[in-house]
Write a protein that binds this ligand. Structure first.
Ligand SMILES: [Zn+2]
Length: 488
């Protein structure tokens, strides 16, 4: 319970983000550098994300499974491109035992317990899963194989930020195998759409999506598609990816099946995932200078009932509050603590982003009404007590819609079309945002733009495909209009 304030976005956006997370009690730094503790309130939000995504994943025919946390080092040697992408951030297990130190004051690594084949703490599970898939798949009858895993991942990060970049994070990773390229590519796009739909319908976030450039794609993939959201400071944030893996991984891990015609064939594969990074995107999308703002669909508690009373009125007010809480059901939480003031509670729940605050005191009771306060607009509404449930449900829908509308507005207002490099640099200097510009596809132009402006290609959205023009950097013919941004 903190009474500390929150830094204003206009003063220091990065500090504002950290303050919102701390004051809403979502997460905190741990004693392990780069690793965070997700606190109960933050974890409840993640569980809601998980629950809805899991439902959608299963509904589209995937099954959950679990694979080991450790990956033999030799597996990472099988796919050269793949390992190149992760080698620099792998945690390696070299020993399996500790012993008492000679001075008896602690423990040291037992040098006699050295592992022959060192183990990697999973930076992603392609290798361990595909080694397994090679034993699961032998005939066309075994396809398609559609597996999803919820797990923790370790990628050693030098600079970390809660949810956005942590050494250990949580995610889901889908891995599917199909007999044809066409079916596999369809899955890549279907799952990308699942993520954008989820973001829109659940997190009230409007996003863009599309193919990543060669330099930005997943190591070892034929193509990577990303989902990108626009943050209030004008930076892009990628929170979901879907990879077309082609047949290379099947060849590397010897995944083959006997087709109906008796021929031995390599199948086509893909993988897709979202992580706790999504929490960072959620926080940055909607929150304001007063703290966290949560869309009702994802909020662990949608309505907080706050009684206002003196000692003499306590019992009668609480009786009515309990009745309202029962009427509203599981979406409501009654904060009946009598050792903090109502004002303290208002402040606390505001920082935690609860969509609706319901205030109720003796005067409200005598007029058979209560006060509803919207977290998104801070608007106060006097509401008759009759039909409180339907009024509240309507208001929750309105808040959800309003947040999505605001997210759309932000995305549109921060998307700029430019035709020259001067305009491009001006847009970056101004409010940043998504900048649509012609790029010839040469990685040298992309690299130069990045080093001069810090902006990278985010993706090639569908409406940019086939839009010809002149590359903003080299002026050569370009066939597509790419979306650039400075990103998290
Ligand atoms: Zn160029």
């Amino acid at each position: 319970m903190s009474e500390k304030g929150i830094t204003k976005r206009s003063e220091n956006y990065s500090q504002w983000y950290l303050d919102v997370i701390e004051r809403a009690e979502l997460a905190e730094n741990s004693s392990v550098k780069g690793c965070m503790v997700i606190k109960p309130y933050g974890y409840a939000i993640w569980e809601n994300i998980q629950k809805e995504l899991d439902r959608r994943i299963k509904e589209s025919g995937h099954s959950n499974a679990y694979f080991p946390l450790f990956i033999p080092k030799s597996f990472l040697s099988k796919e050269a491109e793949h390992v190149k992408g992760f080698a620099k951030e792998c945690a390696v297990v070299t020993h399996y035992r500790l012993k008492e130190s000679e001075d008896g004051k602690g423990v040291v690594v037992d040098e006699d317990a050295k592992l022959e084949d060192e183990l990697i703490v999973r930076p992603t599970s392609e290798t361990i899963m595909y080694d397994t898939f090679s034993r699961w798949i032998s005939s066309w009858r075994d396809l398609p194989l559609k597996i999803n895993q919820w797990a923790n991942i370790v990628r050693w990060e030098k600079r970390t930020r809660p949810f956005l970049r942590t050494t250990e994070f949580l995610w889901q990773e889908g891995h599917t195998v199909f007999p044809t390229d066409e079916e596999s590519k369809k899955e890549v796009m279907d799952m990308l759409k699942m993520y954008t739909d989820f973001a829109r319908e659940y997190l009230a976030m409007e996003t863009i999506s599309g193919k990543k450039s060669e330099s930005e794609k997943f190591a070892g993939a034929v193509d990577t598609y990303g989902v990108e959201a626009m943050m209030q400071d004008g930076k892009g944030l990628q929170f979901g990816t879907s990879h077309d893996l082609g047949q290379d991984v099947a060849k590397a891990f010897n995944i083959m099946y006997t087709d109906k015609d008796g021929g031995r064939k390599y199948p086509w594969q893909n993988s897709w995932g979202v992580s706790t990074r999504m929490m960072g995107a959620l926080v940055m999308s909607h929150s304001d200078d007063n703290g966290l703002v949560l869309p009702p669909n994802i909020a662990p508690m949608k309505v907080v009932v706050i009684p206002i009373f003196t000692d003499a009125e306590k019992e009668s007010v609480l009786t009515v509050c309990n009745r309202i809480k029962d009427e509203l059901g599981e979406m409501a939480y009654l904060d009946d603590r009598d050792f903090v003031s109502p004002g303290y509670k208002f402040n606390e729940w505001e920082k935690k982003g609860v969509p609706i605050r319901l205030e109720l005191g003796p005067r409200d009771i005598s007029s058979n009404s209560c006060v509803l306060v919207r977290r998104d607009t801070l608007e106060k509404i006097n509401c008759p007590m009759d039909n409180i449930k339907s009024v509240t449900l309507d208001l929750l829908n309105e808040i959800q819609d309003n947040l999505l509308a605001k997210s759309k507005e932000l995305l549109i207002s921060k998307t700029h079309n430019v035709t020259t490099y001067e305009e491009f640099k001006e847009a970056i200097k101004g409010g940043k945002g998504f900048i649509k510009a012609s790029w010839c596809g040469n990685p040298k132009c992309e690299e130069a733009i990045k080093s001069e402006t810090k902006a990278t290609t985010r993706c090639l959205t569908e409406d940019g495909v086939g839009v010809s023009g002149k590359c903003i950097y080299c002026n050569k013919e370009s066939t597509d209009k790419w979306t650039f941004a400075i990103s998290y």
